[in-house]
Write a protein that binds this ligand. Structure first.
Ligand SMILES: *[C@@H]1O[C@H](CO)[C@@H](O)[C@H](O)[C@H]1NC(C)=O
Ligand SMILES: *[C@@H]1O[C@H](CO)[C@@H](O)[C@H](O)[C@H]1NC(C)=O
Ligand SMILES: *[C@@H]1O[C@H](CO)[C@@H](O)[C@H](O)[C@H]1NC(C)=O
Ligand SMILES: *[C@@H]1O[C@H](CO)[C@@H](O)[C@H](O)[C@H]1NC(C)=O
Ligand SMILES: *[C@@H]1O[C@H](CO)[C@@H](O)[C@H](O)[C@H]1NC(C)=O
Ligand SMILES: *[C@@H]1O[C@H](CO)[C@@H](O)[C@H](O)[C@H]1NC(C)=O
Ligand SMILES: *[C@@H]1O[C@H](CO)[C@@H](O)[C@H](O)[C@H]1NC(C)=O
Ligand SMILES: *[C@@H]1O[C@H](CO)[C@@H](O)[C@H](O)[C@H]1NC(C)=O
Ligand SMILES: *[C@@H]1O[C@H](CO)[C@@H](O)[C@H](O)[C@H]1NC(C)=O
Ligand SMILES: *[C@@H]1O[C@H](CO)[C@@H](O)[C@H](O)[C@H]1NC(C)=O
Ligand SMILES: *[C@@H]1O[C@H](CO)[C@@H](O)[C@H](O)[C@H]1NC(C)=O
Ligand SMILES: *[C@@H]1O[C@H](CO)[C@@H](O)[C@H](O)[C@H]1NC(C)=O
Length: 619
C-alpha cells in the first residue's frame, strides 16, 4: 500500500492551483513483517529483463543484493544475513550480484542489468519500473520510550515517520545493518540512535515533555550540535525520546501528567525508569534494534536511568560540546550524555559527539578512592560490588583507600561550614533560578500572547520547584560561588589532575543495588531537590561520572509475587577532562572480561523477553 499526503483542501481551494502530491514513502508487509520504504529510490536497475516476469501482483518485489566473493553460496549468505534484524529469507525471491563472478547454479532468480548507482549488500524492494528502494523494518515502541518517530529527509531535516505497526504505540523504522560499513569518516555508520526530546532536530517539533510547548512552537529550524555531531558521524536518528517535564526529576506515575513515563523492562517491568532521560534508559534497555540513546544529565538524568536499567551511561565533564538549540535546566550544570549496552560502541559515539574535546588515553591511575563501598558480601549486590572493586584493583595494580568526602572537606576547611550546609540549596537554587529565567519566562510570554493571557499547563514537579525558586533571595552568582568552593577543593584532593595518568585517582561509588521503586505507588507532594549525596559530586566539580553495569540481584516482586532481578551498577569518576581516560579504562575492563555487554530485555545479564509479552523480537 502506498501512503500519499496531499495539501489540505483549504489551501487548495484558496490558492486554486493544482494540489501538490508527494510521496512520503511506502509500507509493505513481507511474510507478516512490516517494512517502510523511504520515498526516494536509491538506484534503478537498467536493462533488467527478469523484472517483467516477477510482477504478478503488488507494487514491489523483495530481493537481496549480494557480494560475490569467489563462489556464490546462498546457504552461507542466508546464515550471515539472518543475523541482521531487517533481512529475512523473503528477500531471496531474487538476488542481484555485485562483482564480476556471476553465479552459475542458484535456485533463485538472478537479476541482470546495471544499477544506476552503487548498491550496498542487503535487502531491497524493486518496482516494475526497475526503481530500487531500501527496506527499513518497522518496530513498535511497545515500552513507550519515544515521543516522536523520525526519518531523514536527505536534506539535513527530519520528518515524522508516516507508518504504523501493531503494538499500540508508534512505529520506529530502522534500516538494515547490512547497508553500512564503518569508516574513519563515518565511525557510526548505520548506528541507530534515539534523542531525548529536549534537543532540537531540524524539521521536528520539540516538546521538552510539555504538550503546550510542543504545539506552541513551530518545528525546529536547527539541529542541536551534539545531535549534529552524531549525524555527521553516520548515525541514523530514529526518533525523539520521552523526558520528564523540562528535564526535572519526576517519578511514575503521579508526577507524569502531560506524558506517561516510559516502561523500565527489567525485573517485573513495573519499576520506575528514573528520570529525566526516561525514554533513553527504557529504550536502550528494551530494544536490541536500538543501539544508543542521547540523554542529558544536570542532576543525574543520564546516571539514574542507566543505574536502574543496567546500562553504560556517562555524565561528561561540563562544557564538552555546545548545547545550542537544547532546552536548558541550568547551563552551568547541564551536560549531554549517552546510554548504551555495549561499551565499545558507547565510546565511539562519545568520540564522535565530543570530538576533539575528549582525548582517549590509556595510562591509568594506580590509586582508587572508594566512597561508602560495601565491605561485607552479605547481599548479592554487595558481593558484585566487592568483586568488581577487586577486579579493577588487580587490573590497575592499584592501592585502594576509603575516602569520606564530607569529613575530609571539614578537616581541610576548618573555617567553612559543613559541606552539607554549603551545598544544601545550591543545586535547587541554580536549576530553579536559571530555568525560570531561560525557559519559563519566554514560554509563558509566548503562550499568553497566543492564548489571550492564559497560562500553559505545567506538571506539579517543575511548578513546585519554580515556585520555590521565586521565593529565594539568594542569587545564581551565590550558588556558583558555593559550587566553586567545592570544585576547587575537589580539584586539589580526590579529583586532582595528573600529568601522567590524567586523574590522580579513580573514584568509585555505588550506583544501584537492585532496590525497588514501584511505578504504581502513591507519592508524596512534589518537593525541591535539597541536600547532598555522592551523585552531586560530579555536578558541582564538573568532573566526569560514568555508570557501568555489574550484574543483577534478586528481589521479591509485589507485582508478580515471584523472585525477579534488578540491575547492580557502579559509578566511576575522575578529574575534570579525563572522560577519554575513563572510556578507555572501561573498554579495557570489558576486553578483560571484567565488565560485560548489557543485554536488551527483562534482564541485562541474560536478556529474555520483557514480562509484558512474548515474542518481542519475532515481530
Ligand atoms: C547445483 O546445485 C545443486 C543443489 O545445490 C547441486 O546438487 C548441483 O550439484 C549443483 N550443480 C553444479 C554444476 O554445481
Ligand atoms: C523556523 O523558521 C520559521 C520561518 O522563519 C519561523 O516561522 C519559525 O518560528 C521558526 N521555528 C522556530 C522553532 O523558531
Ligand atoms: C568543544 O567545546 C567547545 C566549548 O564548549 C565548543 O565550543 C566546541 O564546539 C566543542 N567542539 C565540538 C566538536 O563540539
Ligand atoms: C552556539 O551559539 C552561539 C551564539 O549564537 C554561536 O556563536 C556559536 O557558534 C554556536 N555554536 C555552535 C557549535 O553551534
Ligand atoms: C601501595 O601502598 C603501598 C603501601 O603503602 C606502597 O608501598 C605502594 O607503593 C603503593 N602502590 C601504589 C601503586 O601506589
Ligand atoms: C563520613 O563522615 C561523616 C562525618 O563527617 C559521617 O557522618 C559519615 O557517616 C561518614 N561516611 C562514611 C561513609 O563513613
Ligand atoms: C536543607 O534546606 C531545607 C530547606 O531550607 C531544610 O529544610 C533542611 O533542613 C536543610 N538541610 C540541611 C542539611 O541543611
Ligand atoms: C552557600 O553556603 C552558605 C554557607 O557557607 C550557605 O549559607 C548558603 O545558603 C549557600 N548558598 C547557596 C546559594 O548555596
Ligand atoms: C513562597 O513564600 C510564600 C510566603 O512565605 C509562601 O506562602 C509560599 O508557600 C511560598 N511558595 C513556595 C512555592 O515555596
Ligand atoms: C584544577 O587545577 C589545575 C591546576 O592544578 C588547573 O589547571 C585546572 O584547571 C583545575 N581544574 C578545575 C576543574 O578546577
Ligand atoms: C523472598 O521472600 C521469601 C519468603 O519471605 C524469603 O525467604 C526470601 O529470602 C525473599 N527473597 C528475596 C530475594 O528477598
Ligand atoms: C573478578 O573477581 C572475582 C572474585 O575475586 C573472580 O572470581 C573473577 O575471576 C574476577 N574476574 C576477572 C575477569 O578477573
Amino acid at each position: 500500500m502506498g501512503l500519499l499526503r496531499a495539501l489540505s483542501i483549504a489551501s487548495f481551494l484558496a490558492s486554486n492551483v493544482r494540489a501538490a502530491v508527494s510521496s512520503t514513502g511506502f509500507t509493505v508487509s513481507l511474510t507478516d513483517v512490516d517494512y517502510f520504504l523511504p520515498p526516494k529510490p536509491v538506484a534503478s536497475l537498467v536493462g533488467c529483463e527478469e523484472i517483467k516476469s516477477l510482477f504478478h501482483d503488488g507494487l514491489f518485489v523483495p530481493f537481496t543484493v549480494v557480494k560475490a566473493d569467489g563462489t556464490l553460496d546462498i546457504a552461507s549468505i542466508t546464515t550471515s544475513y539472518a543475523k541482521d534484524d531487517v533481512w529475512q529469507e523473503g528477500f531471496l525471491e531474487a538476488i542481484y550480484v555485485l562483482g564480476s563472478n556471476k553465479p552459475a547454479n542458484v535456485s533463485t532468480i538472478v537479476l541482470s542489468g546495471t544499477a544506476s548507482s552503487e548498491l550496498a549488500p542487503g535487502p531491497y524492494f524493486i518496482n516494475a519500473a526497475g526503481q530500487v528502494y531500501e527496506a527499513w523494518r518497522l518496530f513498535s515502541d511497545v515500552q513507550g520510550a519515544f515521543t516522536e518517530s523520525a526519518i531523514a529527509n536527505g536534506d539535513g531535516s527530519y520528518s515524522v515517520l508516516p507508518a504504523g505497526t501493531v503494538g499500540q504505540k508508534q512505529a520506529i523504522a530502522v534500516p538494515s545493518r547490512l547497508y553500512f560499513e564503518k569508516t574513519a569518516e563515518k565511525p557510526l555508520a548505520g548506528v541507530r540512535i534515539g534523542i531525548k526530546d529536549i534537543y532540537d532536530i531540524k524539521g521536528l517539533r520539540t516538546s521538552n515533555g510539555n504538550r503546550a510547548w510542543y504545539w506552541l512552537y513551530a518545528p525546529a529550524n536547527n539541529t542541536a550540535p551534539p545531535v549534529q555531531n552524531l549525524i555527521d558521524a553516520g548515525a541514523i536518528i530514529v526518533g525523539k525520546m520521552i523526558t520528564s517535564q523540562f528535564a526535572n526529576g519526576e517519578t511514575a506515575t503521579a508526577d507524569w501528567v502531560d506524558y506517561h513515563e516510559a516502561f523500565n523492562p527489567r525485573g517485573d517491568g513495573y519499576q520506575d525508569t528514573s528520570s529525566s532521560s526516561s525514554g533513553g534508559g527504557a529504550g536502550a534497555a528494551s530494544y536490541a534494534w536500538l543501539d544508543i540513546t542521547l540523554g542529558s544529565d544536570t542532576g543525574g538524568s543520564v546516571r539514574g536511568p542507566s543505574q536502574v536499567q543496567g546500562l553504560y551511561g556517562n555524565r561528561p565533564s561540563h562544557g564538552l560540546v555546545s548545547l545550542n538549540h537544547t532546552m536548558p535546566l541550568s547551563p552551568v550544570l547541564d551536560t549531554p550524555g549517552l546510554l548504551a549496552r555495549n561499551p565499545t560502541l558507547w565510546m565511539s559515539a562519545a568520540q564522535a559527539m565530543y570530538g576533539p574535546n575528549i582525548t582517549i588515553t590509556d595510562t591509568y591511575p594506580t590509586k582508587i578512592k572508594t566512597l561508602a563501598w560495601p565491605t561485607s558480601p552479605s547481599k548479592v549486590a554487595n558481593k558484585l560490588l566487592i568483586d568488581f572493586l577487586g577486579n579493577v584493583t588487580d587490573f590497575l595494580h592499584a592501592n585502594v583507600s576509603a575516602f569520606n568526602v564530607t569529613a575530609s572537606f571539614s578537616q581541610d576547611n576548618p573555617n567553612l561550614a559543613d559541606l552539607t550546609t554549603i551545598m544544601n540549596l545550591t543545586y535547587a537554587l541554580l536549576i530553579t533560578k536559571q530555568q525560570t529565567e531561560l525557559v519559563r519566562k519566554p514560554f509563558y510570554a509566548d503562550y499568553a500572547a497566543k492564548h489571550d493571557g492564559r497560562l500553559p499547563f505545567v506538571n506539579p514537579v517543575p511548578l513546585a520547584r519554580w515556585g520555590w525558586g521565586d521565593n529565594q533571595t539568594l542569587t545564581v552568582d551565590e550558588g556558583i560561588a558555593n559550587k566553586t568552593v567545592f570544585m576547587n577543593w575537589a580539584n586539589k584532593t580526590f579529583l586532582a589532575p595528573s600529568a601522567k595518568t590524567c586523574s590522580d585517582s579513580l573514584v568509585m561509588y555505588v550506583g544501584s543495588t537492585a532496590s525497588t521503586t514501584y511505578r504504581n505507588a502513591y507519592l508524596k507532594e512534589p518537593g525541591v531537590p535539597f541536600g547532598w549525596s555522592n551523585s552531586r559530586i560530579s555536578i558541582m566539580s564538573e568532573a566526569p561520572d560514568f555508570v557501568v553495569p555489574l550484574g543483577e540481584a534478586p528481589y521479591n516482586s509485589t507485582i508478580t509475587g515471584h523472585v525477579e532481578y534488578l540491575p547492580v551498577t557502579a559509578n566511576l569518576m575522575a578529574a575534570k577532562g579525563c572522560d577519554g581516560m575513563l572510556f578507555s579504562l572501561i573498554k579495557g575492563l570489558y576486553e578483560a572480561g571484567i565488565l560485560k555487554e548489557s543485554l536488551a530485555g527483562k534482564s541485562g545479564v541474560t536478556g529474555g523477553e520483557i514480562l509484558l509479552r512474548r515474542g518481542l523480537y519475532e515481530y
